[in-house]
Design a protein around this ligand. Sequence first.
Ligand code: PLP
Length: 287
Amino acid sequence: QWIFLNDRFVKKEEAVVSVYDHGFLYGDGVFEGIRMYSGNVFRLDDHIKRLYESAHSITLKIPYDQEELKQLIIETLRKNKFQDAYIRVVISRGVGDLGLSPFTCKHPGVIIIAEPLALFPKELYESGIEVVSVASRRNRSDVLDPKVKSLNYLNNILVKIEASLAGASEALMMNDQGYVAEGSGDNIFIVKDNVIKTPPGYVGTLEGITRNVIIELAKQLGFEIREDVFTRHDVYIADEVFLTGTAAEVIAVVKVDGRNIADGKPGPVTNKLLEAFRNVVTVDGTK
Ligand code: PLP
């Protein structure tokens, strides 16, 4: 397996970074997770845009222009002869002194890893998953704006730990006002009386690319869809609940905090959107 590291391709075993890299020391950097389906990189331009916007927001200059980075991603996939893969692009502040200051880091680190991946086993897409709400809160835009997809994922990791200690596959994160924000690495949707809702960005939600695709598909299919705030109670009494994300794709949630969602089975709207999503991923993207 070949990995792009800084300015060249290296073997997986040789892909190592310095202990002085501020990405490692402080989580100072940004990243993207992207999928390739049947030789088609899904929404590559959207991911590239979000990566450059995240980097700009934290004054991190990516040492390639957008087109060059796109080509490097495609080259990584070609070199590994992948048709279906998960791609991780990491831009770190780079190697510097031990101090927090990013100004000692002269060369940002660029890493592109591609590997085969499916987050949840196939059966779970048919049966749905169980999630639990957690005590850790999603910070809102007044702290570090969740729109910045930074390497600081400790909050999300703690949430994941809370969920697995409670025996659930995923966590439901609220913000400090008790509004539902998202999962540890995926967005949430609820369906009630044929209206689909997903939290707006200001609640502390990352505006996921899969989320935005689902909003488009739902509109195309004639569903009423809104960005709106909701609480845990709204989730408990929803007709359907599902999560979306690059890794998770579209997955039904059938139990939340021990309460069944409706009859405890994936619902028709979720199934329809999953089908539409599966159709679009193989045709709509960068070859
Ligand atoms: N929320 C968080 C915190 C994430 O890390 C991700 C993954 O990127 C998502 C949501 C889903 O976003 P996307 O659909 O762009 O993968």
